[in-house]
Write a protein that binds this ligand. Structure first.
Ligand code: ZN
Length: 68
């Protein structure tokens, strides 16, 4: 498992919510929205389309109408 440069992690931000991110194993995890971005060939793939959404444990709200 490649350890990313800490300075690289510091300048990276989540493209979805612009929060800070951290490395967790072979993924980049957003502290804000919880999205997880893959690391391929030692390079973080900071693309919303490539991100895994966090698992929602609370099924109380159906947030279908995300307005941005
Ligand atoms: Zn985020």
């Amino acid at each position: 498992m490649a350890q990313l440069d800490r300075r690289l992690l510091e300048i990276l931000a989540c493209p979805a919510c612009h929060a800070d991110v951290r490395q967790e194993g072979d993924r980049i995890v957003c502290d804000g929205c919880g999205r997880r971005y893959p690391i391929r060939d030692g390079l973080p793939i900071m693309l919303v389309d490539e991100a895994e959404l966090p698992v929602q444990t609370h099924g109380e709200s159906t947030e279908e109408g995300d307005q941005s």
